[in-house]
Structures are given as C-alpha cells and as structure tokens.
Ligand binder design. Sequence first.
Ligand SMILES: *Cc1c(COP(=O)(O)O)cnc(C)c1O
Length: 475
Amino acid sequence: MTPEEFRLAGHELIDWIADYRSNVEQRPVRAQVDPGQVRAAFSTSPPQSPMSADQLLRDIEQKIVPGITQVQHPMHYGWFPSNASLASTLGDIASSGLGTLGISWESCPALTEVEEVVCDWMRQLTGLSDSWEGCIQDTASTACLTALLIARERASDYSETRGGLQAEDKPLLVYTTEEAHSSVAKAALLAGFGRDNLRMVPMVEESRAMSGPALASQIEADFAAGYLPCAIVASVGSTGVTAFDPVNEIVEIAVEHGIWVHVDAAMAGSAMLLPECRHLWEGVELADSISWNPHKWMGTILDCSLLYVRDVQHLVRVMSTNPSYLRSTVDAEVKQYRDWGIPLGRRFRALKLWYHLSVDGIDAIRERLRRDLDNAQWFAEQVARQEHWQVLTPVKLQTVCIRHQPPGLSGEALDRHTLGWVNAINQSGKAFMSPSQLDGRWMVRVSIGVEASTRAHLEKLWNLIRAQAEEVVQG
Ligand SMILES: *Cc1c(COP(=O)(O)O)cnc(C)c1O
C-alpha cells in the first residue's frame, strides 16, 4: 500500500469509525453470535489475491461487528468500564502511523521521553509524590508479575544471579486475599513462588478488605515457622465488590519486616484523579510499587497500564540484560524502558495518554468520573429503597452489587432466579451486566462508568431490571 492509497482508505476508515461510534447505542450490547460463528465467516485458507480496503471495511461491518460486545454502549454495565476515548484513539492511530521501534532510547528518543513526561503528569494528577517514577505496561497483569519478580529478587538478595528460587533455603511467601484479582495469583505462580506459598489473608466480613491484624499475625507465624515473607499485594478497589485493602495498616506491617508492597489499583486508580477519593489509598507513599489502568474507567484506549516504583535502580537491576547490540554512548543519561519490564520492543503508547489528557482535558475527565460516582449512589438508593431488593456491599466507587430477593426464595432457587433475570436481559441485547458470586451465591454487578452512559440510561436500566425480575417471578 502506498501512502496515497493509505490516505484514501484511511479517510474512509475514520469516517466509518466516527459513524460507528455515533450509532453504537442502536446495536445490541452483547455480541449476538454463537461460538465459532465469526470464524466460520472467514475462509479457512489465507487470501490468494489482494483485496481492496473497501472490501475489508464491508467485512468489518458484516462479519466483525456482530461479534463485538459493545463495551462503549451506554447500556453496558458488565465487568468494568473499558472506555476508549476518541481523543486517545487518535493518539493510538498516530502511534501506529509513525511506525516507531521502541527497543532503546536511541531507536526512538521521543518514545522514551514522552513516556517519561506523561507518566510524570499522571503521577501528579493522582497526587503521588515525586519519589515515584513510572512507565507504561500493557496490562495490570504484566505490571503485577513485574512487581512480584522484583519483590522476589529483593527478598532473596538477587537469587536470579545464583541458583534462582530453586536454590533458596526458605520458601518465599506472597500475601493477598481471596478478593484479589485472579491476575495476582497468576503472577505469584508464574514468578515461581508456588501455590503453597501464596497466603490468602482473612478479610473483614462486610467490606471484604484484608484484615490488618490477621495479616500481622499470619506474618509472625510464618517467620516463626521458618518462611520468608516476601510481598503483599494490596487490592485498592477489587474487581468483584470494589474492596479496599487498608494500605496504611499494610505498609506499617510491611515496613517493619522489609516486605514488598504492591498496590493493585487497576480499576480504582482512575478515582485517584479525584482528590476526594485519595483517602481510599492512604498510606500508598510507603508502598513499593503501584499499578493502575488508564485503559479502564479513565478511558485511555487499551492497552495502557501504569506501573510506578520508588526504587528504579532495583527494578532495572533485576530486569536489565544489556546485550552489546543495544548499548550506546548515552546510556548513562537516558532511560532504557526495556529494563523496566519484560518486553524488549514497545509501542509508542505515551501518545494516546498525551492525546487523551490534552484533547479531552483533565477537567472533563474528572467531571465524568464524578458524574459516575453520583450515578452509582443514585442507582444504589433506588435499589435499596425498593421492597425485596438489596445492595449487597458498600458502594465505594461506581460498582453496585445487587440482588432481588422475593419472599420465599433462598439457596439454589434464589440463584436460579438471579441468573434467570440477568441472563434474560443480557441475551436481549438491551443491557449487559455481570453475574458474579458473593460468598457462594449469585448476585449481579452493575458496573457504571461508560463514557456515554447518563442518568437517563440508568433509569432505563432500573426499569428494565425490575420488569424482568418480576416477570421471572410470575412466570
Ligand atoms: C482489571 C483488573 C486487573 C487486570 O487488569 P489487566 O490490565 O486486564 O491485566 C487486575 N486487578 C484489578 C483490581 C482489576 O480490576
């Protein structure tokens, strides 16, 4: 494809995207396809002759779009908000268009230095002190793995340079809770700790937050039994019920014993753009690493996850490889982001954050987050006020966990009822929510925060939910 051909096809694609985004509300929220249906629309053998970009655009419309669950739809309340602001989309397109290679400072000085700039802007915007330095990772899962790798190396005094974990005398331990995201356990297993060395600390019953006293006594007992407590992963805004582990209590215990604290704020990090929410991670300045995803609620298009550490030297010492073909004369003066994580090559992801912050503007972003917090409170009030409806956990941010409990229904019958009404709504394409388990029983998470989602959409949702739940009971 020549640049001239690109220009023509590109204009068409942008026009198509603009129409698609304007009309997303007219589409069903959940993908309307059965397993294998999208695959079957494609030829099993690769294209034999070149196709026009027009043909591909038609295929996007006909074959791809039906296979998309429309998470930009204002009636999407599933999983978590995965906003993809159009300003940030432009930045992502710019990143692709520039065709840069990020393997060293030298291969694209701008890529490195804009990333430094935007990570520092984001640090300031979330109220973190200048003792933190950050980089952009693909996801919070990768950030957590990176954090546990560097925690492992600190606790084991760089075991990677000797026999690795396999040669250590004492098993190293990681602490988290059952409420933590599945990526935490995954990271602990991949980092070589082993499931037996992953401690699930008891939680406070109502809030599902890690219990500080339980953590302290578990750590004491583990030291006494000859283990080496290595890292604590604190959930700041858990995925399930937005639980906030008490970071201030956790860091106090950790600092005393030299244990690494990683703060997983993947979802709730966006809230830290609002000064009034920062009490939710009080104590964070004494943690060792923090990650959060602008690609969720804040809305910088996926993938964009921030990882901050206080001890960059340690991070780089663990992650650095420095083969001769990548060395340069300016190494002492510049950042080499390949030494801040796992991948060598990196995309110019900083551009989408730069576009998002500059074009949408921080005031508008903050206003939208506050709108969503208000909407969540409003929605929870409607539910709590209604007979036979319950809000199951405190509404700390924008997720409301609800259940309809008609008289006489309990146990498995109640589960069938809950799944019945939520699945009927999800299947209808009118709205989408995530059924989820809380203490072994089904409930429904209503995760508010899609950019296009207004109070009117929530009113519509509440009417839809009540009508559907009553219908299931009567039927
Ligand atoms: C979404 C989420 C993750 C995982 O994020 P990815 O970027 O998809 O890896 C981890 N932790 C929490 C609390 C989350 O909400």
